[in-house]
Write a protein that binds this ligand. Structure first.
Ligand SMILES: Cc1ncc(COP(=O)(O)O)c(C=O)c1O
Length: 386
């Protein structure tokens, strides 16, 4: 028998499977039947901002060659991302520390390979974004899951990390996070970064939901530690999921290693996407309009969900998720979500993807779809007894 590798055991990212089921159900609906409302996907219903589309179209029409770019990205995009840190955070980040990647997803293996060795232990809070754990495991790293709850806004604390006994080699944080939609306060992020530096723990901060925060301030780990790896993307605030472009802010010592890894693994992010992404920075009015719509849907659902039998939801500080504890209604979140899709025509994600120990009694609603759909979902859930 020919053996298969560790990566062949990577579990699915179940949300992607739910998307396929919801697609199939939507395709099978008879004409005139109420549509399937999509609350399982973490992708904006809006397309790329107009300025980004125009820049991409002009590049295509211009007939110039769209070849490989430098592995760390087009110099003009790296410079524009550096300016973004000055604009948003008042922070001076040199363009030389920026690496453009194929989305945040493309940044994870680069960051993990540059920062860790096989067998290293990397801590993260549960519930978590499933690919963190699945990629770490595929690369021979050991995820160390720290269970968190509403009392710490589903974020890791220094006390919880110290309770681990043996210190981890790395820590992944996300604020706002997926699936809980909760945030670390700036001083909490600062304290975690200082703790990591003092203990030789590499901090990786996933800041993909920056820009989608509704009531609390954001802070970047780039301002907290020169050793932190910051990961970000054009997928969420910039509404460009399918363009597959993101970036990292790297510690000086990891720039060249990441460049070499990127040259070998990806060569570069898509040239056309980099052109569009650079233009997206000048589309703030359109993008902030999207955020305003998410805020409306969030506020509506935070009122409607408790009335519809979902009283126990996490503080929805940011991103576009509401994470609900449904223990009072079920012990089988997968079956519960399947029934919700079947009876109410609402696709949402069972918690098992995000929290293997406790996710059978949690679920995630994503509210980035059209506002009218989110309002309709609230109405349908009010009548659904599940
Ligand atoms: C927390 C988090 N990080 C990273 C990603 C991946 O994003 P990208 O589209 O940039 O690969 C997602 C996507 O949903 C996410 O929720």
């Amino acid at each position: 028998m020919i053996k298969v590798g560790r990566g062949a055991e990577a579990p699915p990212f179940l949300v992607m499977d739910v998307i396929a089921t919801a697609n199939a159900r939507a395709a099978a609906l008879p004409p005139g039947a109420p549509k399937v409302i999509r609350m399982e996907v973490g992708q904006p219903g809006t397309g790329a901002p107009q300025g980004a589309v125009d820049a991409a179209a002009a590049a295509l029409r211009g007939g110039g060659s769209l070849g490989y770019t430098e592995a760390l990205g087009r110099p003009s995009l790296r410079a524009r991302i550096a300016r973004h840190y000055a604009d948003w955070y008042g922070l001076d980040v040199p363009a030389s520390r920026i690496a453009v990647t194929m989305g945040a997803s493309g940044a994870f293996p680069l960051a993990f390979l540059a920062a860790f060795n096989p067998g290293d232990r990397v801590a993260l809070a549960a519930p978590f974004y499933p690919p963190y754990v699945n990629i770490l495991t595929s690369l021979g790293l050991q995820p160390v899951v720290v269970e968190t709850g509403a009392e710490t806004r589903y974020q890791p604390t220094i006390a919880a990390l110290e309770r681990l006994g043996r210190l981890p080699d790395g820590l992944i944080v996300a604020s706002p996070c997926n699936p809980a939609g909760t945030m670390l306060a700036p001083d909490e992020l600062q304290a975690l970064a200082a703790w990591c530096d003092a203990n030789g723990v590499r901090l990786i901060s996933d800041e993909i939901y920056h820009g989608l925060h509704y009531s609390r301030p954001i802070a970047t780990a780039a301002a907290c530690s020169p050793h932190a790896i910051v990961i970000n993307s054009f997928s969420k605030y910039f509404s460009m999921t399918g363009w597959r472009v993101g970036w990292m802010v790297l510690p000086e010592a990891l720039v060249r290693p990441v460049e070499c890894l990127a040259q070998n693994m990806f060569i570069s992010a898509a040239h056309i996407s980099q052109i569009a992404a650079e233009a997206a920075f000048d589309c703030a009015a359109e993008l902030d309009g999207n955020v305003a719509r998410y805020r409306h849907s969030r506020d509506r659902l935070l009122t409607a969900l408790p009335q519809a039998g979902f009283p126990d939801v996490a503080a929805a500080d940011g991103a576009f998720y509401i994470y609900a504890d449904i223990a009072a209604r079920t012990n089988d979140s997968v079956g519960f979500c399947a029934r919700m899709l079947e009876d109410a025509g609402i696709a949402a994600s069972a918690g098992v993807d995000f929290d293997r120990a406790r996710g059978h009694r949690t679920m995630r609603f994503s509210y980035c779809g059209p506002e009218a759909d989110m309002a309709e979902a609230a109405e349908r859930l009010r009548h659904w007894r599940g």
